[in-house]
Each structure stands twice: as structure tokens, then as C-alpha cells.
Design a protein around this ligand. Structure first.
Ligand SMILES: *Cc1c(COP(=O)(O)O)cnc(C)c1O
Length: 388
């Protein structure tokens, strides 16, 4: 991998071998990278150069994950932060100054929305939220002061898939940075930089780690830009602990097999759900009934493990079902090996009225599934018995 003229690795191998350091495969090297649970490293006398400190993002375990993620995303560089929110906050503040303007999709993670509306506004950045399906609306919202366009795809919790092409075209024309949160897809299914985005963000808490036991976030882009994000991370104290980086490297090794299984399981569950009379509607981009099926087929390498169901019996039916589930666990968050179910009206969309939720495509009776890697037959049987 470090020798020249070698065949480039396939996508599935990058989470295990991407971004290897020289000497990592020498005789006697450990197959598993040791955890350097140390915040201090001995420094050269007479210079501040090369000083290591985990908050600076240059501790050995974090650096290994950063190189690997850059290889996986096809980016010049990546930086690992303490959470997905830390990643979004540092990625955006590295691009925006007081007086600047950001145009963002209104279909975004609740924490991101709070960051835009509460924090960025107080930093003197003007924020405009738009309906992401209307390219004309994007174009109209952009002003001379617009520096960033932000969107999330696939979208939580409706699993809408946005076409980056018309948006990236406008951004390129006007010299605006396009920042994309692709957490729902994981880099196995979708790599925004390949679709002309400038910056890709992932909550590593979800698919990248995949085991419900680590908080983290990744930002990828050009090397000079990632250096700016790293500066924000240092100052705001958003760097991860070494152990989180070590666990994340371990989780990453199985990323491809996990995501393939999530994709296959979710497809099976979605097909079953479409034929189930207790379920009024299934939101899954892999189904031809999904409004963005064509975009998803063209731009994603897999349809993912996330889906939403609308139960015919509304909120009461949801309550009854959630109490009966045995394999699916009622918990927020997503992207791990265990199947989870959540009700957006009590989590991400709790601040909205029932009417506002219905307008946003989330009527009562709506549940979100994070389909795990259990047997698809067990998952379907669990849903079936809970709906009976
Ligand atoms: C969870 C999530 C985040 C925030 O990530 P944390 O690791 O919880 O801070 C951001 N964006 C999306 C799409 C998410 O699902």
C-alpha cells in the first residue's frame, strides 16, 4: 500500500487499510493499532514544532482514523471531532464570518437547525432555510453575501434523497461552498465529494462506528480547509478522547459488511411493510414507490438502513406496537448493529405542533426504523407480531 504502482484498494478494503502510515506493516507490528491513552507526548528540545496534544487532533489514534476517513471519502484530508454536532459547528464556523450568509435546507437534523438559528445568528451570520426540493428557491435565496450552502441527504426522518447536481452547479457558478451532511448514508452508500460538494460531514456516532458506544464526528475536504476546521476544534475543545478514536478505528473495520447488511435487511423489511395492511405508507428510497427512487438509484451505492413507516391506526397503534416489539429496541439515534425504532413526534420533531409535523410529512402514527444487522426474518417477524 505504501509501495508505488500498486492496484488501488476497493472501497470495501479502505475502512481496514486506507491511509496506512509508513512502517505500519513491518515485521513485529501489531495487527491492531495500540491505544495511546496519553494526553502528553515527549517533545523535541528547542522547538515547538510537531508538538502532540489530543485536543490539537494529532494524537496517534485520531490521526490514523483521519487518514483512513480521507481515503474512504476521496478527500485530501479529514478531521475527527468529539461528536457530529462538534463536526458541523466547526465545519461551518471555519467558513463563515460575521456579515456572511448561509442558505440551508430546512430538512435537517434538529441539533443542526438549533445551531444555525441560535448560534450562527448570534455570531452575526444571516441564516435562510429553504425547501430543498425547489432549485429555484435555492437560487433566489442566494445573495452576494452567501458563503455556504448546507444540506443533509438522505433526510431525517422522511428518507428523502436530494439531487446534489443542480445545487452544486449553482454553488460552483457563484463560488459558494457546498457542505453536505451524509450521516444517513455512510460513505459506503454516498460520498458527497464525488458529487461536487466541497465538504462532507458525518456523525461518526452512527454508521461509521456502528456499535452504539462512541460519539464522534468527521469533516472531510481540502487540506487547507480541514486545517481551518482543526483550528476551530482546538479552540472550542471539540477533539475526541484517544479511546473514542481507538474504538472508532475498530468499528470502521466492519463498515462495508455492516452497511451491505443494513441495505439488504432494510430492503426486505420495506418490501414486507408495503404489503402489510396495518401500514399505510412506507418511506424507503429503495422502493419504486418512493418519490426520490430515481435520484437514489442514480446517486447512491445502496439505499441504506433507515426507513419510516406510517401506521394506519395512528398514534395509538404506534404506542401499542412499540410496547410489543422484542427485537427492535425503542431508542433514539441510528446507524448501529442493533435495530432501533423511534417516534419523531417525541424526539427530533417534539418542538412542532401535530399540524406542523403533518405539514412536514410526519403525521402522528409515523415511526422511524434504524434497521440493524439481525436476521431479516427475525426483524419482520418481530414487526408482524407487534402489529397483530
Ligand atoms: C446524529 C446526527 C447528527 C449529530 O451527531 P452527534 O454525533 O449526535 O453529535 C448530525 N446529523 C445527522 C444527520 C445525525 O443523524
Amino acid at each position: 500500500m505504501t509501495k508505488k504502482q500498486q492496484r488501488p484498494l476497493d472501497r470495501a478494503s479502505l475502512p481496514l487499510h486506507g491511509g496506512l502510515d509508513a512502517g505500519e506493516r513491518d515485521v513485529d507490528s501489531p495487527v491492531v493499532r495500540p491505544l495511546f491513552q496519553s494526553v502528553n507526548f515527549i517533545q523535541e528540545v528547542g522547538t515547538g514544532e510537531g508538538m502532540r496534544y489530543p485536543r490539537y487532533g494529532n494524537a496517534p489514534n485520531a490521526e490514523a482514523v483521519q487518514r483512513r476517513m480521507a481515503a474512504l471519502e476521496g478527500a485530501e484530508a479529514s478531521v475527527l471531532l468529539a461528536s457530529g454536532m462538534g463536526a458541523t459547528a466547526c465545519a461551518l464556523t471555519a467558513l463563515l464570518r460575521p456579515g456572511d450568509h448561509i442558505v440551508a435546507s430546512s430538512w435537517i437534523y434538529g441539533g443542526t437547525r438549533a445551531f444555525l438559528e441560535q448560534e450562527l445568528s448570534s455570531l452575526g451570520v444571516e441564516v435562510t432555510l429553504v425547501d430543498p426540493l425547489e432549485v429555484r428557491v435555492w437560487r433566489r435565496a442566494i445573495t452576494k453575501r452567501t458563503r455556504v450552502v448546507f444540506l443533509e441527504s438522505p433526510v431525517n426522518p422522511t428518507c428523502r434523497v436530494l439531487d446534489l447536481k443542480p445545487v452544486s452547479y449553482i454553488c460552483k457558478q457563484k463560488g459558494i461552498a457546498l457542505v453536505v451532511d451524509a450521516t444517513f448514508a455512510s460513505p459506503i452508500n454516498f460520498r458527497p465529494l464525488e458529487h461536487d460538494a466541497d465538504v462532507s460531514i458525518h456523525s461518526a456516532t452512527k454508521y461509521l462506528n456502528g456499535h452504539h458506544d462512541v460519539l464522534g464526528g468527521i469533516v472531510s475536504g481540502t487540506a487547507p480547509y480541514i486545517e481551518e476546521v482543526r483550528q476551530k476544534m482546538m479552540i472550542w475543545g471539540q477533539a475526541p478522547d484517544p479511546f473514542a478514536a481507538w474504538l472508532l478505528e475498530r468499528g470502521l473495520k466492519t463498515l462495508d459488511v455492516r452497511v451491505q447488511r443494513h441495505n439488504a435487511n432494510a430492503m426486505r423489511v420495506a418490501e414486507w411493510a408495503e404489503s402489510c395492511k396495518e401500514i399505510r405508507k412506507v418511506h424507503y428510497p429503495g422502493l419504486s414507490s418512493h418519490p426520490d427512487h430515481a435520484v437514489a438509484k442514480r446517486t447512491l451505492d445502496g439505499f441504506g438502513g433507515m426507513m419510516a413507516l406510517e401506521l394506519a391506526g395512528g398514534a395509538r397503534a404506534v404506542d401499542r406496537m412499540l410496547r410489543k416489539l422484542r427485537v427492535f429496541q425503542h431508542a433514539p439515534s441510528l446507524g448501529g448493529v442493533d435495530s432501533l425504532v423511534s417516534e419523531p413526534r417525541h424526539t427530533s420533531h417534539a418542538a412542532l405542533s401535530p399540524r406542523e409535523r403533518a405539514d412536514a410529512g410526519i403525521p402522528d402514527g409515523f415511526i422511524r426504523l434504524s434497521v440493524g444487522i439481525e436476521s431479516a426474518d427475525d426483524l419482520i417477524a418481530d414487526l408482524e407480531q407487534a402489529l397483530r
